[in-house]
Structure formats: structure tokens, C-alpha cells
Design a protein around this ligand. Structure first.
Ligand code: A2P
Length: 317
């Protein structure tokens, strides 16, 4: 398995198992299967509602000697209602307790969105706190302290635009080392890749398969289905792979890490095997032409009338 390297030479395996939308009853088996097959990177978050089950699978895998803690790369994220500096430490402690770990490899600010403490998902404009009232740099400073305390090895962000990442680069003591964003052939974001490369920030691509199992309310009626794209399907047929494998291979060849979610043993296996698939120059060029750009996870669920966030303000577009 290829790795992406941090400036201190720590190595993050390019392929990780995504756990967003993995039900608590399913994710335990999925993580155990993935580790047995050779996955060494698991992407988690408290808001996925399944860290206790992921933790059980990790603990058993360590106890059974299938893998050691040091061989695994575990990422988790800070939820939006814990952005006030005094809530950041307790938030990582809860995640560590649920995952049964004493450190994370990577801890990310999940969204550049503040919710009032105790609000998991907003119902009204008043559930939010604006970025003027609670600037991202305040949250970031509290994240930096977690590294000093040894609770996580690396810190980064998720769903951050170039402009918001730039704020942290300018004002923080530590630079964000990873930005985890939606990325796939329909949303290639080459400008973000160029910016991150220039600033030593690694990228992790989430929803690399187009997130077909998103809840219905997060789906648009007219949205194109990435896994059914004719170009992707044709390439898959030609190289005797599946469309999912072509999408994963493309993400890895691009130099990003990628975290396809699956709870199905056969697909968990085929996604891992995709890490060793090569694409011809001709296929590579054909996929690069598919950029729309089109977000599946638009962030519109943060937009409330009278609230402080809009889709435009989130992505700075
Ligand atoms: P399942 O969990 O049943 O395998 P994303 O990572 O973009 O969010 O996509 C996850 C979705 O894609 C899930 O519905 C998952 O279903 C499905 N999936 C995962 N791997 C593959 C694959 N190789 N081919 C087709 N669908 C896949």
C-alpha cells in the first residue's frame, strides 16, 4: 500500500475505509473485515454515530494480534458544536474513549461551521454561532494544544476552502496538514490541489464514489450518478475492473488519499485491490475531462433563513 508522507515522515496509507453512513450494526464487521484484508487506515467521526462500534472492532483486532495500534492510521473529527476552545479537549477525549485509543493519528475540524454547544444538527437559524463570534483560528489554537498533549499526532481540516485554509496558515502556529474534502471526477478541484501542494497540505478525497447511499434529503432529483458514468464504465470494462475501482485508482494516481465507504465484504476487498490498479494515459485524460464541477454534499443543510451561513459563504464561491 502506498502512503502519503507528512513533514515529520509519518505515513498515511493512501486508501482508508470510510465510515460515514455505516450503521452501528454494520460498521463493526466492516472494520474487522477491512483490517483482516489489509486496510490500515480508518476514517471516523463522532457525528457518524458509530465510533463505539469502530472502537470495539479496533480493540479486538489489536487483542487478536491481527494488527498493532502503530500499524493503523486512525482519523477522527471535531463536530461543529465543539468549536469553542473549552470544548475541543473534551470532544477528543470522548472520541478517544469511544474508539478505545489513547491517541489519534489525525484530528480534523469537520466543517467551518459553528453550532451552539449541544446542538448536533441545526433546526433553526438560532442554533448557529457565526464565524465572526467564534473565529476558526480560536478553534484551531485549541486543536494545536491537542498535539502538544499527545492526544493526536497531526491536525487538519475538512470542507475548508482555499481562503479559510489560508486564514489558518497565516494565523496559526501549526499549519493544517490535511484537508479532507469531497473529490471525484465530477468535482476535481485542481485549484485546491495546487494550493495544498504548494503549502504541504495533503488531501483526502471523501465521497469518491459519489456517495450514492446519502439520505434522500441530501440528494437532488436531477443528479448524475457517478458510478454509472459511461466513460467510467467503459474504462472499467476495458481493464476488467469495476467502476468503483476505476474511481479509487484515479484518486490515488492523482496523489490524494481516498476513503471509500463500504460495509459489504466483497466491495471492501475490491476497493482495497483498486489501490494497485494503473490507468493508461488515455483513460486518465478521459476521466480528467469529466469535471462538471458538481458537489453531492453541497452544504445546503447549513443554510437557514436568517442564519450566518450560506452555500456560497461555506465554499467561498
Ligand atoms: P456498500 O456499503 O453497500 O458497499 P462513498 O464512499 O462515495 O460515500 O460511496 C459509498 C457507497 O458506495 C455505498 O453505498 C457503498 O455501498 C457503495 N460502494 C462501495 N464500494 C463500492 C464499489 N466498489 N462499487 C459500487 N458501490 C460501492
Amino acid at each position: 500500500m502506498k502512503n502519503l508522507h507528512f513533514s515529520n515522515n509519518d505515513a498515511m496509507p493512501v486508501l482508508g475505509l470510510g465510515t460515514w453512513k455505516s450503521e452501528p450494526g454494520e460498521v463493526y464487521e466492516a472494520v474487522k473485515t477491512a483490517i483482516k484484508l489489509g486496510y490500515r487506515h480508518i476514517d471516523c467521526a463522532p457525528v457518524y454515530g458509530n465510533e463505539v462500534e469502530v472502537g470495539k472492532a479496533l480493540a479486538e483486532s489489536f487483542d487478536e494480534g491481527i494488527v498493532s495500534r502503530e500499524e493503523m492510521w486512525i482519523t477522527s473529527k471535531l463536530w461543529n458544536d465543539n468549536h469553542a476552545p473549552e470544548h475541543v479537549g473534551p470532544a477528543i477525549s470522548k472520541t478517544l474513549q469511544d474508539l478505545r485509543l489513547d491517541y489519534l493519528d489525525l484530528f480534523l475540524i469537520h466543517w467551518p461551521i459553528n453550532l451552539k454547544h449541544g446542538i448536533g444538527f441545526p433546526q433553526k437559524a438560532d442554533d448557529f454561532v457565526s464565524l465572526e463570534e467564534l473565529p476558526l483560528i480560536d478553534t484551531w489554537s485549541a486543536m494545536e494544544e491537542l498535539v502538544d498533549k499527545g492526544l493526536c499526532r497531526h491536525i487538519g481540516v475538512s470542507n475548508f476552502s482555499i481562503a479559510k485554509t489560508m486564514q489558518l496558515l497565516k494565523k496559526g502556529h501549526l499549519a493544517p496538514e490535511v484537508n479532507q474534502v469531497e473529490m471525484h471526477p465530477y468535482l476535481q478541484q485542481q485549484d485546491l490541489i495546487d494550493f495544498c501542494n504548494a503549502n504541504n497540505i495533503l488531501l483526502t478525497a471523501y465521497s469518491p464514489l459519489g456517495s450514492p447511499d446519502r439520505p434522500a434529503q441530501l440528494k437532488a432529483a436531477d443528479e448524475p450518478v457517478l458510478l454509472e458514468d459511461p466513460v467510467i464504465r467503459k474504462i472499467a470494462d476495458q481493464i476488467n475492473a469495476t467502476p468503483g475501482q476505476v474511481l479509487i485508482a484515479w484518486a490515488i494516481i492523482r496523489g490524494t488519499s481516498v476513503i471509500p465507504k463500504s460495509v459489504n465484504p466483497a466491495r471492501i476487498k475490491q476497493n482495497l485491490e483498486a489501490a494497485s490498479i494503473n490507468l493508461s494515459w488515455y483513460d486518465w485524460e478521459a476521466i480528467n475531462k469529466l469535471d462538471i464541477p458538481r458537489r453531492y454534499v453541497t452544504g445546503s443543510f447549513w443554510e437557514f433563513e436568517g442564519g450566518p451561513y450560506t452555500v456560497g459563504s461555506i465554499w467561498d464561491e
